[in-house]
Design a binder for this molecule. Structure first.
Ligand code: NAD
Length: 244
């Protein structure tokens, strides 16, 4: 069993969907988890439930595109457990418009949340992680980052996360910080519920089903733990064979 007692984690976009399951698993493994999101009511409810169940969890409003709010999150951690071991850059949005229909503003919004948000998080969290003796950063990319798709901003932002993962892994290895990306395929959550793409994608998946948030969270747990201590700069696809 993975034991993360004494460790502290941040999960962005942790109020619902995959992030909520990741926060729950990290907390259940013994980590103190700061759940960060723009969805205050959902995030507060999750932190309260986890605390009631005997885990260590707090919620903090954090828009990942705001450097000031990231600084606030790091202050919160310094005043709480005083250390940071795990950062899960999970927050993400999608805009399925094709290039012809997408405004520059819409493009920037997706890139800002999905790619720049993770960059700011790594930039501000790395010093505290280094002080804590090292750590693990896990960027939630997508299997969209292995080919082209009809959602240009989302696909480009997820390719960007793969590049950020590799360069950050090189830069931060000296500080004992590992940086990896998880690239999920179709996982049914609020991001894609009701999407017309679901059925055809399942049809193209050798495993013939969508994935579950729990399956991604188990990979997060592994990458957060010492069991993965020699893995860094890697992107791990979890998509039932879709990309194969
Ligand atoms: P979701 O929409 O349920 O969750 C995304 C979370 O991010 C939400 O809680 C949302 O409030 C939060 N968020 C959005 N903008 C934010 C911001 N600016 N600051 C902080 N939080 C913000 O979707 P999900 O499926 O759970 O997605 C989680 C991650 O997994 C995303 O990065 C997504 O791109 C990625 N992903 C999802 C799938 C899938 O099939 N669901 C596949 C591959 C990758």
């Amino acid at each position: 069993l993975t034991d993360l007692s004494g460790k502290t984690a941040i999960v962005t976009g942790g109020a619902r969907g995959q992030g909520a399951v990741e926060a729950e698993m990290l907390a259940a493994a013994g980590a103190a988890v700061l759940i960060c999101d723009v969805l205050d009511a959902e995030g507060e409810a999750l932190a309260t439930r986890l605390t009631d169940e005997g885990h260590q969890a707090r919620f903090l409003h954090l828009d990942v595109t705001s450097e000031a709010e990231w600084a606030g999150a790091l202050d919160e951690i310094r005043g709480w457990t005083g250390r940071l071991d795990i950062l899960v850059n999970n927050a993400g949005i999608i805009n399925r418009k094709i290039i012809r229909d997408m405004s520059v503003e819409e493009w920037r919004k997706v890139m800002d949340v999905n790619a720049t948000g993770a960059f700011i998080g790594i930039k501000l969290a790395a010093p505290l992680m280094a002080e804590s003796g090292g750590g693990s950063v896990i960027n939630i990319s997508s299997n969209s980052a292995f080919s082209g798709h009809y959602d240009p901003a989302y696909t480009s932002s997820k390719w960007a996360l793969r590049g950020l993962t590799r360069t950050a892994a090189m830069e931060l290895a000296d500080a004992g910080i590992r940086v990896n990306a998880i690239c999920p395929g179709l996982i049914v959550t609020d991001l894609n519920r009701g999407s017309p793409h679901l059925k055809p994608m399942i049809g193209m998946t050798p495993a013939a089903r969508a994935g579950e948030a729990l399956e991604v969270a188990q990979l997060v747990l592994f990458l957060a733990s010492d069991g993965s201590r020699f893995i860094t700069g890697e992107d791990i696809v979890i998509d039932g064979g879709f990309t194969a």
